[in-house]
Ligand binder design. Structure first.
Ligand SMILES: *Cc1c(COP(=O)(O)O)cnc(C)c1O
Length: 379
């Protein structure tokens, strides 16, 4: 089955009791048993919920995995993966990634005795010097947030497999429509479904997808034991979002391409970070592992002052100034003070994330209106 068909049908059955074509929101905390221990596979809603099961199954199909697990946020899904580790274990993570992931790693799990190495992974071999007997997890994001760097998933997977290290890819930015890390050898895929999967800026949700039964059992135990599960209404919203992912992503990609090129030709714009440019250092890898380049990009102004950047950020009318990404509406964001404020300034600057960087999540409005809005904000 092709992805566009899977997005609408995979893992979804008409409701067995009524035939409802849309998965009902099973708003219940518990399930009646006919005798102690005799039930239909549902005991208590932290452990199992039919709306959640439908979504978990759909996600597994869409990412070409065998199992999906849903969480109350992307961060909760990340937290579940890190809970597989024990004090003394080490993690190699990208040096340019989502601020909330960095915060969770350094402020929560470092205290719990996990050691992190933050590495520029654009050359996969750069992780080699950091591997030792304690290395238990490699964590990558691609394209990275907010600098749109590309890492080679297959090359990292080869190294991870050779050293028997678990490899997790945060696939939030690309979405399963553009990239499937499990096909390239990753063990785990993470999504903040808050973004493209939900797609309508109306839900906080996270998920993991994997092939291994053993890994699924361990993570299911954590999901149930720690309890960061999403409610059924939130699962319903993500299920509904999935059904239009392909149509939305096509427009995100075409609008993204139009805006990236327009920005690049604008006399007041400095550098544009978008992985679809042929001279982007990761272009060849992006072309190999992705089916499109998406609607996420960042840029700086030639007048590289924070004040000028802030003026642009406050002047757009169609682009809303807000954190988050991946919704139908276009957003503009200042990583240094918003999404990435939890990363220390020196660390940010060292990784190329300047105070004047502006990030766009290009939505699915008309590209001409978006360009006109940026034009008036920049001029
Ligand atoms: C938003 C985001 C997360 C965290 O997800 P939440 O749903 O906000 O908890 C993780 N990774 C990336 C790349 C994100 O953009």
């Amino acid at each position: 089955m092709k992805l566009s068909t899977k997005l609408i049908h995979a893992g979804i059955e008409p409701d067995p009791s009524t035939g409802a074509i849309m998965t009902p929101i099973y708003q219940t905390s518990t399930y009646v048993q006919s005798a102690p221990g005799v039930h239909k596979g549902y005991e208590y809603a932290r452990s199992q919920n039919p709306t959640r099961s439908a979504l978990e199954s759909a996600l597994a199909h869409i990412e070409n995995g065998r199992h999906g697990l849903c969480f109350s946020s992307g961060v909760a899904a990340t937290d579940a993966v890190l809970r597989l580790l024990v004090p003394g274990d080490e993690v190699i993570a990208a040096n340019d990634m989502y601020g909330g992931t960095y915060r969770l790693f350094t402020k929560i799990f470092e205290k719990a005795g996990i050691r992190f190495h933050f590495v520029d992974m654009q050359e996969a071999s750069a992780i080699l010097p950091h591997i030792n007997a304690n290395t238990k997890l490699i964590w990558a994001e691609t394209p990275t947030n907010p600098l749109m760097n590309i890492v080679d998933i297959a090359a990292l997977a080869a190294i991870a497999n050779q050293h028997k290290i678990m490899f997790c890819v945060d696939n939030t930015f690309a979405s399963p429509y553009l990239q499937n890390p499990l096909d390239l050898g990753a063990d785990l895929v993470l999504h903040s479904a808050t973004k493209y999967l939900g797609g309508h800026s109306d839900v906080i949700h996270g998920c993991l997808v994997m092939k291994s039964d053993e890994l699924r059992e361990k993570l299911y135990f954590i999901q149930k034991a720690c309890g960061a599960v999403p409610g059924p209404q939130d699962c319903f919203l993500v299920l509904r979002g999935l059904k239009t992912l392909h149509v939305r992503m096509d427009r995100h990609c075409s609008n993204g391409e139009a805006i990236a090129h327009w920005l690049r030709n604008h006399p007041k714009i400095g550098k544009v970070y978008w992985c679809g440019f042929e001279d982007h250092p990761g272009y060849a890898v992006a072309k190999k592992q992705m089916r499109g380049f998406g609607g996420m990009m960042s840029f700086t102004l030639k007048d590289d002052s924070v004040e000028t950047a802030k003026k642009v950020l406050s002047s757009t009318k169609v682009f809303a100034l807000a954190e988050s990404l991946g919704g139908v509406e276009s957003l503009i964001n200042h990583p240094a003070s918003m999404t990435h404020a939890s990363i220390p300034r020196e660390e940010r600057l060292r990784n190329g994330l300047s105070d004047s960087l502006i990030r766009l999540s290009v939505g699915i409005e008309d590209a001409d209106d978006l360009i006109e809005d940026l034009q008036q904000a920049i001029s």
